[in-house]
Design a protein around this ligand. Structure first.
Ligand SMILES: [Zn+2]
Length: 145
């Protein structure tokens, strides 16, 4: 079961974007921790079970193979304040997330904090315009610079 936090486990294009994102966060004096990059299907299944057939609250709507993490093109982060992760989503915390989200968007990532349904502040992805079905069909974003 793999639930990686390593940037090297991302698709090279997304890994490069992730590194640039981290550099820009650092330049903006925002400490950011990567909590998840690549997840294998087994790990995704365990996550999907949480809040359904296993205790805990639901953290994903994606079944195995249906998360962009499974295709190495998504990563999750959490901003840190005074060495502690900021999970709040209102007031000052919301402002911090918004800043982090904008930095991600500046480097070309899609930020799930903007999604209308199942808003996910920690989640960033770059799919090169591909859908899950494309990845499942074996297509890659290799051709993209
Ligand atoms: Zn995610």
């Amino acid at each position: 079961m793999i639930n990686s936090r390593k940037i090297e486990d991302l698709h090279p294009k997304v890994a490069a974007m992730c590194r640039e994102f981290l550099e820009r966060c650092e330049a903006a004096d925002i400490d950011v921790l990567i909590t998840s990059t690549y997840r294998d299907n087994e790990s995704q299944a365990a996550l999907f079970a949480q809040g359904r057939t296993k205790p805990g609250h639901r953290v994903t709507n994606a079944r195995p193979g249906h998360s962009y993490h499974n295709w190495r093109v998504a990563f999750d982060v959490v901003p840190m304040r005074n060495g502690k992760p900021v999970w709040g989503t209102s007031g000052q915390d919301a402002k911090l997330w918004e800043q982090v989200g904008r930095i991600g968007e500046e480097v070309g990532l899609e930020w799930a904090g903007r999604w209308q349904s199942f808003k996910e502040f920690p989640h960033f992805q770059y799919t090169g315009g591909m859908m899950l079905a494309d990845f499942q069909a074996g297509k890659t974003i290799e051709g993209l610079a």
